[in-house]
Design a binder for this molecule. Structure first.
Ligand code: GLN
Length: 186
């Protein structure tokens, strides 16, 4: 039986919890350092504000422990701000975080006006998928063996690399649970 630790310092973590619970998975919320010593074998990094999440992770002394878990192969599903936390490079920000995913992302890449939109896209291995973008990043460049799972208007919006799935949209905000299922099978 798998238990998923969901980072819950800021952002849209409850929706991930509901979706994973519906799929029969146990979840725990990771709010403080002591939570990281509880038993969990998968990790969700939710959407929200990457700068705030990154700052809180450092202030709460959670950053290094989580980075080590990811580097040691713990399966991760990272959405939107979570994708930014994983990215090795951020083209329009000097701050970087875990740097475990060899991609370059652009934050708030769709501008302020077109900040939020819906797109019926396709995910490799899943098929049609309703993608909700909220002040989303996209992936400008992938390196090494990063597998591209989805593109929207020639911009990469979902990737897989070893133990990490990163998407620029919010799969927890739709009623399609197939990406979460893919994560549970990672
Ligand atoms: N714009 C946010 C950031 O830069 C991401 C938005 C989101 O997670 N929906 O961190």
């Amino acid at each position: 039986m798998t238990t998923i630790g969901i980072l819950a310092v800021q952002g849209a973590f409850i929706e991930h919890e509901h979706m994973l619970n519906k799929l029969g998975a146990e979840t725990i919320q990771l709010r403080q350092k002591s939570d990281l010593y509880k038993n969990f074998d998968r990790l969700v990094l939710p959407g929200g504000e990457s700068t705030v999440q990154g700052k809180l992770l450092k202030e709460l002394n959670m950053f290094d422990i989580l980075k080590e878990k990811i580097e040691n192969g713990m399966p991760v599903l990272a959405t939107c701000a979570g994708l930014i936390l994983l990215a090795e490079n951020i083209s329009n920000d000097t701050r970087t975080y875990f740097k475990t995913l060899p991609v370059t992302v652009k934050r708030n890449a769709y501008g302020r006006q077109l900040g939020s939109f819906h797109y019926d896209g396709i995910i490799k291995g899943i098929g049609k998928f309703p993608m909700e973008f909220i002040r989303a990043p996209y992936i400008e460049e992938v390196r090494n063996d990063v597998e591209i799972l989805a593109e929207v208007n020639k911009k990469i919006t979902a990737v897989k690399y070893k133990n990490q799935i990163g998407v620029s949209f919010h799969p927890e905000l739709c009623d399609n649970d197939k990406l979460h299922r893919m994560f549970l099978n990672l």
